[in-house]
Design a binder for this molecule. Structure first.
Ligand code: HEC
Length: 115
């Protein structure tokens, strides 16, 4: 009995941690399924229609809050469309994408900075 309890406790802990950190692989799938890419670009790089969200500065909770009640031109997504867990996965995926390059890594911009 004790062993069963220990195994159950471990499973619960594993599930809880996978939920809080999100599954980037599944997030990528959802990012494409739910059309986030249509405005934010395939790599979250942003476009005419949506902000850059690759490697977002928001935490998972912040992203969920934003998507439920966006502040501007973005449509809101209710939890019937995307659950909190799915948004956590999308967040984990966005965190795996590279952010903007620093100016010093783009030679022409780096030069202009010194002029
Ligand atoms: C119809 C176009 C459109 C779609 C589809 C869309 N967005 Fe957006 N999103 C925007 C625009 C435009 C903004 C910029 C701010 C605003 O106007 O609300 C934005 C802003 C955001 C921000 C805030 C960025 C920041 O750091 O301030 C997040 C996070 C975000 N979108 C996530 C998502 C996710 C996740 C999805 C898919 C579930 C999605 N968006 C789908 C247009 C869109």
């Amino acid at each position: 009995m004790k062993i069963v309890c220990a195994v159950v406790a471990m499973l619960v802990a594993a599930i809880a941690s996978s939920q809080s950190s999100g599954n980037a692989e599944n997030g990528k799938r959802l990012f494409l399924r739910d059309g986030c890419w249509e405005c934010h670009g395939y790599a979250g790089q942003g476009s005419r229609d949506g902000a850059r969200i690759a490697s977002t500065a928001l935490n998972a909770q912040g992203l969920i809050r934003y998507v439920r009640r966006p502040s501007g031109a973005m449509p809101a997504y209710i939890d019937k469309v995307i659950t909190d867990q799915e948004l956590t996965d999308i967040w984990a995926y966005l965190k795996t994408l590279p952010g903007p390059k620093p100016v010093k890594d783009i030679p022409i911009l780096d030069q202009m900075k010194n002029e």
